[in-house]
Design a protein around this ligand. Sequence first.
Ligand code: XIL
Length: 314
Amino acid sequence: ATTLRGYADARGARIGAAVADGPLRTEPAYTTVLNREFNSVTAENAMKWDALEPSRNSYNWAAADRLVNHAAANNQGVRGHTLVWHNQNPSWLANGNFSASELNTILKKHIDTTLGRYRGKIYAWDVVNEAFNEDGSLRNSLWQSKLGSGYIANALRWAHAADPNAKLYINDYNIEADNAKSDGLYNLARQLLAQGVPLHGIGFQAHFVVGQLPSSMKANLKRFSDLGLEVSITELDVRIPLPASSAELAQQSTDYKTATENCLGVPRCAGVTVWGLTDKYSWVPGTFNGYGAALPYNESYGAKPAYQGLSDGL
Ligand code: XIL
């Protein structure tokens, strides 16, 4: 085994990439790397609510179907991302001023429709994304403000009924360390499990800055795993202030290796997904001013030191 997916397969783990629909359709070098190196894919945007239902009751499945079909054709699993979030909701939903009972109906229908369409084809779903504030309280999203915190248990129950074999996740960022935010999530996860709510895993997004992996990461993932939950790294990238020096690229390689080991070294780690494959298509430069070079391949699909780090961690 000399590819990432070869190493991951050998240990029964997932190595995934977030996939953008544009290059998937048009760029052979992109699909070549994707198919050779990864045994799992996540839609970077195509399964978000605004993409699936841009106007109410009018669905656009084209890009999501394309990815699911691509994955099946290339023996890749699919992580579904994401059902309940405060971002990338269609404007009819975000600005709709719906009552609580209308919102519950809308959310249940979204979950039933989306999971129903892909039932049996998606091994894990990020059911709830980014529900927490940094202090560990629940974010005052559309869902929380209108429905209260019960929206999380309801979403998980509806998702489980719609696709009983999918592993259902709560996913968030800045929860890799043992900190106030991960404490809030830990307490919620314990409560949900005690109540018999179908929560199966925690997704750690892992959007890191080079050289700044939290030292408590492995122990923190382990405490969730000790609850009987799966843990996964779901959106790994390691951003560097531009221009990246060779020392920073070397540190980034170490960071990829350490992050991967921090997950796979914990019982019930399902795997690691990288948030893209090539620096040519990464959300980092557009989001974090002055940063980039966050992924394992450079703009011309050359493997960076980070590729070797990731490989060494598998
Ligand atoms: C990002 C995508 O990468 C961008 O293309 C898009 O413009 C915004 O969303 N956390 C998440 C992901 O859960 O869905 C986000 O993806 C990155 C942060």
